[in-house]
Design a protein around this ligand. Structure first.
Ligand SMILES: Cc1ncc(COP(=O)(O)O)c(C=O)c1O
Length: 403
């Protein structure tokens, strides 16, 4: 018998609730999953072809730690053209293994033990664990359906203490689909400035903004010097498996991030970087086509959920709907387990994304129209059985769903 070698903080760190749920779903046959946060599209062919071609030509080596210069230049061009923010490709941009690595690097580069990271909830599952692993203390702020899940300036003010160092902001949001306008973000920016906070802006869903234009936090007046802008290729270009993301930040911060990156992963894989280069150069048309399809599915799912009697906030970005299931009287975990067992539909409990996500479920609409329609029919049956007495739900016999 040996002792446990795992350090205490790791033993105590919970693993991702989403993964747990997928494991359960994958053991049941005939499940329709609206659980994954991943495009159902295959990476467009010209992007795959660029990578195949790179392999054929023998590009199998390490790249510069911060990534291929050509790719960083292209990222710089993209940010300048889209958001009018200028970054020096050599000193201020780093190519990472997905946005996930960029989040980790950002937090590890700036957090001293005990520094506080303010995180609006519900939020992406990695933010709190990565903060904890960086030695920081997370302070969550609930966002609310009645306020369209936006970060309210007064809530931010209240959460700030002398130990606050970072605000971790993510709009369009996973899991709510909420977005924030430039004006609203500028209010947050002013507070960040007053309290000298760094903002880590995870904008991975920027291209999936359905009403209005995405405003990058770094493009707001005075914000570039206190923003680590994070983005990547997974969601917009359907490139989750390629594992390419990036961070753009002031040179002192990028230099710190680069130290961790060079000692831990060296560089992102060259084949993925080659593909990302092609994506940025020639992939915009496909991004637009995929976004249009998500938009149609968004309408389908939101209308369907509302028709079955669930109140569903209108998501303006990303590819998630976040309906309230409070009227069923079930917890979100209980709802999801029952729905999976009885109707074989996998969705994610809102509580996975923070305490204030309780009472909601996350339904990804990055699935085909047929799959979404079938899932909605199954969910409607489920709601007919489980809607609480006195609460009427409409049947899908008058279904607006195609297929
Ligand atoms: C908000 C958010 N940030 C980051 C990521 C990770 O993206 P990547 O695949 O680039 O690591 C995800 C993935 O679901 C996400 O939802």
């Amino acid at each position: 018998m040996r002792r446990s070698f795992v350090k205490k903080s790791m033993a105590e760190l919970p693993s991702s609730g989403i993964r747990k749920f997928f494991d359960m779903a994958s053991s049941i046959r005939g499940v329709i999953s609206l659980g994954v946060g991943e495009p159902d599209f295959v990476t467009p062919w010209h992007i795959r072809e660029a990578s195949v071609y790179a392999l054929e030509k023998g590009y199998t080596n390490y790249t510069a730690n911060s990534g291929l210069a050509e790719l960083r230049k292209e990222i710089g061009r993209h940010l300048l053209q889209k958001y009018q923010v200028e970054y020096n490709y050599d000193k201020e941009i780093i190519v990472t293994v997905g946005a996930s690595e960029a989040i980790d690097l950002a937090l590890r580069s700036v957090i001293d033990p005990g520094d506080e990271v303010i995180i609006p909830e519900p939020c992406f599952v990695s933010y709190k664990p990565c903060t904890a692993m960086a030695g920081g203390v997370f302070k969550t702020i609930p966002t609310r359906e009645g306020e369209h899940f936006k970060l309210m300036p007064q809530d931010l003010e209240k959460a700030i203490t002398p130990r606050s160092k970072v605000l971790l902001l993510s709009y369009p949001n996973n899991p709510t689909g909420a977005t924030m306008t430039g004006k609203e973000l500028a209010q947050i920016g002013r507070i960040a400035q007053q309290h000298d906070l760094l903002v880590i802006a995870d904008e991975i869903y920027s291209e999936l903004t359905f009403n209005g234009e995405h405003v990058s936090f770094a493009s707001l007046p005075g914000m570039q010097e206190r923003t680590i802008l994070i983005n990547g290729f997974s969601k917009s270009f359907a490139m989750t498996g390629w594992r390419i993301g990036y961070a753009a930040a002031p040179a002192d911060i990028t230099a710190a991030m680069l130290k961790i990156h060079q000692y831990t992963v060296m560089c992102a894989p060259i084949m993925g970087q080659m593909a990302a280069l092609e994506a940025l150069k020639n992939g915009n048309g496909e991004v637009k086509k995929m976004a249009d399809q998500y938009d149609q599915r968004r309408n389908l799912i939101v209308n369907g959920l509302r028709q079955m009697g669930l109140s569903c906030f209108e998501p303006n970005g990303a590819f998630y709907a976040f309906p309230s299931i409070k009227k069923t009287g079930m917890s979100s975990g209980e709802f999801c387990e029952k729905l999976l067992q009885e109707e074989k539909v996998a969705v994610v409990p809102g509580s996975t994304f923070g305490r204030c996500g309780e009472g909601y479920i996350r339904c990804s609409y990055a699935s085909s129209v047929e799959q979404i329609s079938e899932a909605l029919e199954r969910m409607d049956r489920f709601m007919q059985r489980h809607a609480k007495a006195g609460v009427t739900t409409s049947s899908l016999s008058a279904s607006p769903y195609p297929g």
